[in-house]
Design a protein around this ligand. Structure first.
Ligand SMILES: *Cc1c(COP(=O)(O)O)cnc(C)c1O
Length: 363
């Protein structure tokens, strides 16, 4: 890291930290991209220069995430939130039921949107346990169009460690907050989607990975921009895509590759989260985690300071010490450290040290 660049200890939940190397590369080529005399933002999305950026990003995503050939990769807009609507519009076909596993606020929102398209139910929910855990089993009905899960619960700080078996019923996962944080067996899924702004780049791009047979049996009587087939048939260039976001996503993918790929990224993420969970677990109850141990997220670490007054003090002193984004989501309170791919180990170590020092000072 350049000694003249001031970088915050950024634990924001999203938009969130981007790799410094990627930001610096974007800065270096900002006003003259590859000798064009234009920035990426000023290129036509129909130009060969942009198309190469676009296609390289898709190809690298396929390679690094090991996406099989029978899946399409598309770039969409409207965030993960628009996918909550598009999924049932496209895949909740006549006479079928949509099956949602509720593990937090984002799955609740996804279910709410599905109800506009047809029959949608919460087959399993961990709400009664304050969303502290991931269920051990899901219930699959033979008439289900799909089963929807949220792989990582950004607000409550829980994460699926192994994915449920759904037999012939397609499994669809909102992976917004843990996509490409570890290798995943894509073949278990009918569809995976994620807003880019947590692990993949800036906000504005949404990635969807969709199995071809789902596309073939999807509803067709839909507005053009709400139909996946429009994006598939036009290589995600039906209308103007978020060109700068796609360029940045491509650079983040190259950065992931330079880290050693997803196996290495997963190891780094485990080690980073362990630094902070250890500070919680070794605090003799001064701090406590929200999530049950077996369901803990490696991306969003949710915790409390047992003494409520001290918790306010903790957040205040942390901010003064240069830590950003440690307040829990406004709906749940407490503290949350988001440790996405681009958050350096050094920042996690600094937070763990700060937590220990704060405890020693105030206990
Ligand atoms: C952030 C987030 C969303 C919402 O994403 P938008 O891009 O803002 O629509 C949905 N699901 C999960 C799991 C998230 O973390």
């Amino acid at each position: 890291m350049s000694t003249t660049t001031k970088r915050a200890y950024n634990f924001n939940a999203g938009p969130s930290a981007l790799p410094l190397e990627v930001l610096q590369k974007a800065q270096a080529e900002l006003v003259d991209f590859q000798g064009t005399g234009m920035s990426v933002m000023e290129l036509s999305h129909r130009s060969a220069t942009f198309e190469a950026v676009h296609n390289e990003a898709i190809a690298n995503l396929r390679k690094l995430f090991a996406v099989p050939d029978n899946y399409e990769i598309v770039f969409l807009q409207g965030g993960a939130s628009l996918q909550f609507s598009m999924i049932p519009m496209n895949f909740l076909t006549e006479g079928k039921r949509a099956n949602y596993v509720l593990t937090g606020s984002w799955s609740e929102k996804a279910l709410k949107e599905a109800k506009f398209s047809g029959e949608a139910v919460a087959s399993v929910s961990t709400k009664e346990n304050k969303y502290k855990n991931i269920p051990t089993e899901v219930e699959v009905g033979e008439n289900d169009a799909y089963v929807h899960i949220t792989s990582n619960n950004t607000i409550y700080g829980t994460q699926w460690k192994t994915f449920p078996e759904t037999g012939n019923v397609p499994l669809i996962a909102d992976m917004s907050s843990d996509i490409m944080s570890k290798p995943v067996d894509i073949s278990k899924f009918g569809m995976i989607y994620a807003g880019a702004q947590k692990n993949l780049g800036p906000s504005g791009v949404t990635v969807a990975i969709i199995r071809k047979d789902l596309l073939e049996s999807a509803n067709t009587n839909l507005p053009t921009m709400l139909k996946y087939d429009t994006f598939v048939a036009n290589n995600s260039l039906y209308n103007t895509p978020p060109t700068f976001g796609i360029y940045m996503l491509g650079e983040v993918l190259k950065w992931i590759e330079a880290q050693g790929g997803l196996e290495q990224v997963a190891k780094n993420n485990e080690a980073k989260a362990a630094l902070i969970y250890d500070a919680i677990d070794n605090s003799n109850g001064f701090y406590y985690g929200h999530a049950e141990e077996g369901s803990r997220s490696l991306m969003n670490i949710t915790f409390r300071v047992a003494d409520e007054e001290l918790e306010k003090q903790f957040l205040k002193e942390a901010e003064e010490a240069g830590f950003v984004g440690l307040s829990g989501h406004r709906s749940v309170g407490g503290c949350r450290a988001s440790t996405y791919n681009a958050v350096p180990t050094e920042a996690c170590q600094a937070l763990a040290d700060f937590m220990k020092a704060f405890q020693a000072k105030h206990q």
